[in-house]
Design a protein around this ligand. Sequence first.
Ligand code: PEP
Ligand code: MG
Length: 611
Amino acid sequence: MRASVRPDLPVEPAKGGVEDARVLEERVLVGLPAAGGVVIGPAYVYEREEVYVTERALSLEEVDAELQLLGEALERANRELTKIIEFAQAKLDSDASAIFEMQIMLLNDVELGKALERRIREERKNADFLIHQEFERYKAMLLRTNNPLFSERTADLDDVAQRLLRALQKKRLHANIEGKHVVIADVLTPADTVLFLRNDVLGYATNLGGITSHAAILARSLKVPAVVGAHDATETIRTGDTVILDGQLGRIILHPSPETIAEYRGKIDRIHEIETRLEKLVGLPCVTPDGHKVELSANAEFVNEVEYVLAQGSKGIGLYRTEHLSILEGEFPSEQEQYVAYSSIAQSMYPQSVIIRTFDLGGDKFMVQARKEDNPSLGWRGIRVMLDKPEEFRAQLRAILRASVTGNIKIMFPMISGLAELREARAHFDAAKAELQAQGCPFDDAMEVGIMIEVPSAVLLADVFARAVDFFSIGTNDLVQYLLAVDRNNDLITNLYQEFHPSVIRAIKHVIDTAHAHGKWVGLCGEMGGNPLGTILLLGLGLDEFSMVPSMIPTIKGIIRETRYEDAKNFAEEVLRCHTTAETKRLLASAFRERFPHLASMYILNGAMNT
Ligand code: PEP
Ligand code: MG
């Protein structure tokens, strides 16, 4: 998304003019909502002291001294990270420090240490240059994936590399600001996010990053409002400028007018009121006033999210993406590594259920083997990859089965487009069971098996699949892309990527009706599940489980608990009669405004839906 100027407002004069003559016009910068909440305050534009690296040849005599410097830098970086972990543990009161533990592991990676030592000796180059090269090589591998989830993790690598280089060049870590500020940065590392908390940070906004970055996850768990991906925020905003950070809508309002400030103060009060009201709902069931019950669960990837997920009143994890397990090694994780990850999430969530999705590699996601494809989204991805890699697939299935002894794991296959694929996947699943049985290894034999419905052919074959599985989970992120032939990651056509396109709504209805006719339940784990504008519609279509970004659970529960199922069904009928996306969105927005006026200003922007 690009930062943009609200069309009804004049553009701020270019920087660099005469300061006093600068007219402080209100501007809206558009980003992504990474952590909820709204704050108003002065900006602090954070520029990290970058370290520069130049290549230098060493004489034979200098080699030992360079190795000594490297050893000292590693020690210092370790000490710093240990301190951050201690601070994170005290401050976060959760497992969030795991991010830094992973960074320490990265820092102390034996292969990295060996490679650096060997290269200093053999190539006789300075340590900073080689550190830079080694980390860049690793990063390039992750960036090649083109998947936001994995490319965001490169921020962790940068963080470790910068820390090590800073330690080597004896530069100070600089993350100290005075007074309450909204921190504006190009990108924030998880360490910055935590360390800024020593000061009175009101919120965070970054040019880069997505809502799945570690810094965003931390901001959510720290309950600090955050907007990410606001492209030119650091160029547009100056330290001291007044800003409003709207973490609900993903907006930064620069130089807000007195009217806008008053409007937002009202919004902050309303958020507090709503939060207080929603907090009371955490322990209550998600049931409509006329007694229709649905499940709300979370999309999560890391065990350190569990505490937050449960605190939101989640009934389980509706989508546990497993792809992240393969990023660090650039290859498939071992069965044992996977077993540890799956057991730990299942045990932490127990007795709530966890739906583990088998590797959905390829497409826009991480690919274990770099292979250039003209149309990766239509190429070797999801279940297709795993069926071509039976050994790796079996290892994953065995790991999931072994972890299932807790009895709260369900399994789900992504990108299924035909029955043959499902049969083959199930055959591997049965074979994995037989292998474990032969070894006397226990597992949950009654584990539910489901598929993602995210390819149009699976929608049309819903009746066939409903006979063959226990549940469906609709993946609207991909279903919209494939149904409308609109790449979900292409900036040029974001306006055509319409989750409320009438065909998408009809497809969802067809899947739910068909599954129900066969006595099967249906969840939805695309981003649409956490969009309040779609809640009444999805409820009315009969969706059984909504899985979403955890922070949206209380809001969605609040909506469902105040909507009669009978009314939602009638509303869904009305929506199904719409012929265009615009018509549909108007109807959804007006119903939402009418029923939930207190939420409307938070989720409906300038009278139009921001989806
Ligand atoms: C989806 O496609 O809606 C989905 C949840 O899966 P992913 O975003 O991981 O492709
Ligand atoms: Mg998908």
